[in-house]
Design a protein around this ligand. Structure first.
Ligand code: UDP
Ligand code: MG
Length: 317
């Protein structure tokens, strides 16, 4: 039996690309239905993230033209991650598998076939991973790759070179719904869900029209969001830093005491320097310790599920 596929596409001021995107996605969906990979209830679900241009009008007219298109309209702009989540949560009640992708089709839509294949092969999550960024500008490539490296150094584990192009099964999305996160960083949360997962590689293309809605400023904000919502490693760094400064001050004190004993010091200098380092280190260390507790409280308030059950075997009676 073929299953239902929903393709979720968040759109923010995408009037320049939307018609072309819709055309290509419709072709893809029709091909998949024809080849009996998916059934006729499958849809493309556009999420209008409070666009200021004619994006929603286009979505409505697409829906009027063809029943394969549906749309969700958010009350205002809430950002890519929230728009995507809105789409995923809407789609999970209607579909068996859901693929999310960007409106500019920078991510090769032919990878969809492989994702579906892996889904039927038993995977609940299939990540789309960029095998090359040749078409990205040097700046974008550099900042994006630095982004993944720094993130993982700071304790935020993500799939390298994977953005939000992925397939998720209905049950994986139901589990995602159990994460009551407000600071939403899907790339970090999805790997926490578990189940059998796999990757599909593709080449990333250029945006065929319009411009990026992710300027550097938003990328930095996004990276900070990811780090602070997933890990308390930055706090640990403060603690470590404070501890090192404190140790250095101890070494200094010993050194100056020895110099004082052999009578080779300038009066007043050593005591000032030592106190500055000693107090400085102690202050940072205490800040770090307080921070550790705040970090714990922070993670507690997220009310993340501590486990998710895949299946239970038991007797009926
Ligand atoms: N997007 C959104 N809300 C926003 C910003 C972006 O829904 O506030 C959508 C946008 O329409 C696109 C996707 O997020 O479908 C990725 O944006 P973009 O292609 O501009 O980012 P880039 O590929 O340059 O990182
Ligand atoms: Mg893009």
């Amino acid at each position: 039996m073929e299953q239902t596929l929903y393709i979720v596409v968040p759109c923010y001021n995408e009037e320049e690309v939307l018609r072309e995107t819709a055309k290509r996605l419709r072709q893809k969906l029709e091909d998949l239905i024809k080849s009996r990979s998916i059934n006729k209830n499958s849809r493309v679900l556009f999420v209008n993230d409070g666009s200021k241009d004619g994006t929603w009008e286009i979505i409505k007219s697409l829906h009027a033209e063809c029943s394969l298109f549906s749309g969700v309209n958010l009350t205002r702009n809430r950002g890519h991650q929230n728009a995507l989540l809105a789409g995923l949560m809407t789609a999970k009640d209607r579909a068996d598998m859901i693929i999310s992708m960007d409106a500019d089709l920078q991510d090769d839509i032919n990878a969809v076939d492989k994702m579906i294949e892996k889904y039927y092969g038993g995977c609940d999550i299939v990540y789309g991973v960029r095998s090359s960024r040749k078409k990205d500008t040097f700046f974008k490539k550099f900042t994006a790759e630095a982004f993944y490296k720094i993130m993982s150094l700071l304790g935020c584990d993500t799939v390298f070179n994977h953005a939000d192009y992925r397939l998720m099964s209905k049950r994986a999305l139901e589990d995602l719904a159990a994460f009551g996160e407000v600071n939403l960083f899907l790339r970090g949360i999805v790997p926490m869900i578990g189940y059998k997962t796999d990757k599909v590689y593709y080449d990333r293309e250029e945006r065929f029209a319009g411009e990026s809605k992710y300027p550097l400023k938003k990328m930095i904000a996004f990276a900070l969001e990811g780090i602070t919502s997933l890990s308390s490693k930055p706090i640990r760094l403060i603690t470590l830093c404070g501890f090192s400064v404190f140790l250095i001050s101890i070494v200094m004190i010993i050194y100056f005491v020895i110099r004082w004993a052999i009578g080779a010091t300038t009066i007043g200098w050593a005591s000032v320097v030592c106190s500055v380092w000693f107090i400085g280190g102690l202050t940072m260390l205490s800040l770090g310790v307080v921070g550790e507790y705040i970090g714990k409280i922070y993670l507690e308030t997220k009310h993340r599920p501590t486990y998710l059950i895949e299946s239970v075997v038991e007797d009926d009676d």
